[in-house]
Design a protein around this ligand. Structure first.
Ligand code: NAP
Ligand code: ZN
Ligand code: ZN
Length: 348
């Protein structure tokens, strides 16, 4: 076993603090990866504070991992030492259910093995994420980072990127569509970039007036403040597509009212408590309300390659691991521009 420095939450009430994890030596088809950067997702906060229930402690969060292959198992053939690779939100799945066979391992009917806060198949050993300096993963769950994307700006693509890209493809965002992006944080700013790249006309709907200029620089053509109730009257019935990235409770009905006839709203954010949806918000204009969770390995690779072609990367603020608790507080206050990324050299 390889003793590896990390940061962990000991309980749902504890700040993150230094910890050590054991990584396995690469087995037949494993790759051992030296982690260079790890993005900080709001899901890390939800889980480290056990807001969704069932959290496993101690917890080492982190599922937006970019690193360099350090060692490969005897039968691993997809990567070689020195390759720059990524790990997203899961590291294993059953491999034989309909969803796994369709390349949508995130919906594995036996449950995907999440990169952290999960248990390895077979052994039941807890999984530990990317707030650490290395990780061992089966090569089938490892992504290739294309050349040309700065590595710290590539890390958030492994969750925030694929989570926003996948529903645009699945629910069919089209060039010329009017797209509303709700919540300009890690997911939201990627949704703006992908929406623009796919030819949509993007409006950012935000609680933070201070993000107006950034929204326009990201490529949005309009910005509206959602604290102002007038916004919901002025923009009623105006969007073909809405992506909801909000991490805190809010009224879905308000946003559904912004959709046109046949419009689609996709929930990506996961507030800790359920919220009511009125049938009237949907039936009158035949609106659709959907959800989406990350993306499969094949689509994640497609998204990474799309980013390389379109010059897309996350806008990041690089931090040392010692700033992680402060970064969580800033995210909870909406003060994120637009993804914190840990430089894992700060762990050594
Ligand atoms: P984030 O960077 O913290 O961004 C969330 C944004 O939501 C904030 O910046 C803020 O934007 C807005 N917001 C916060 N509180 C609000 C409130 N009370 N009312 C309205 N807007 C509010 O978080 P993230 O990493 O993008 O994650 C967002 C959510 O998606 C989290 O719940 C996370 O767990 C979830 N998630 C889901 C998936 C999936 O597969 N579906 C994957 C990753 C993350 P403004 O300042 O612009 O209002
Ligand atoms: Zn995430
Ligand atoms: Zn499966």
């Amino acid at each position: 076993m390889l003793k590896t420095p990390a940061y962990a939450a000991a309980t749902a009430q504890s700040p993150l603090a230094p910890f050590a994890v054991e990584r396995r030596e690469p087995e037949a088809r494993d790759v051992l990866i030296d982690i260079l950067y790890c993005g900080v997702c709001h899901s890390d906060i939800h889980q480290a504070r056990d807001e969704w229930g069932g959290s496993i402690f101690p917890m080492v969060p982190g599922h937006e991992i970019v690193g360099r292959v350090a060692k490969v198992g005897a039968q691993a053939s997809k990567f070689k030492v020195g390759d720059i690779v990524g790990i997203g939100c899961f590291v294993d799945s059953c491999r034989h259910c309909a969803q796994c066979e369709a390349g949508e391992e995130q919906y594995c009917s036996e449950g995907m093995t999440a990169t952290y806060n999960s248990r390895e198949r077979g052994t039941g050993v807890p999984t530990y994420g990317g707030y650490s300096t290395r990780i061992t993963v089966n090569e089938d769950y490892v992504l290739r980072i294309p050349d040309g994307i700065p590595l710290e700006r590539a890390a958030p693509l492994l969750c925030a990127g694929i989570t926003t890209y996948s529903p645009m493809r699945h629910y069919g965002l089209k060039a010329g569509d009017k797209l509303g992006v709700v919540g300009l944080g890690g997911l939201g700013h990627m949704a703006v970039k992908f929406g623009v790249a796919m030819g949509a006309e993007v409006t950012v709907l935000s609680t933070s007036e201070s993000k107006r200029q950034d929204a326009l620089e990201l490529g949005a053509t309009a910005f509206a403040v959602t604290k102002d109730k007038e916004t919901f009257k002025r923009l009623a019935g105006s969007f073909d597509f809405i992506i909801d990235n909000v991490s805190a409770p809010h009224d879905y009905n308000d946003y559904l009212g912004l959709l046109r006839t046949n419009g689609t709203m996709v929930l990506l954010g996961v507030p800790e408590k359920p919220a009511p949806v009125s049938a009237f918000s949907l039936i009158g204009q035949r609106r659709r309300l959907g959800g989406s969770m990350i993306g499969g390995i094949r689509e994640t690779q497609e998204m990474l390659d799309f980013c390389a072609v379109h010059g897309i990367a996350s806008d990041v603020e690089v931090i040392g691991i010692q700033q992680i608790n402060e970064a969580y507080e800033r995210m909870l206050n909406g003060d994120v521009h637009y993804r914190f990324v840990i430089d894992t050299s700060s762990l050594t």
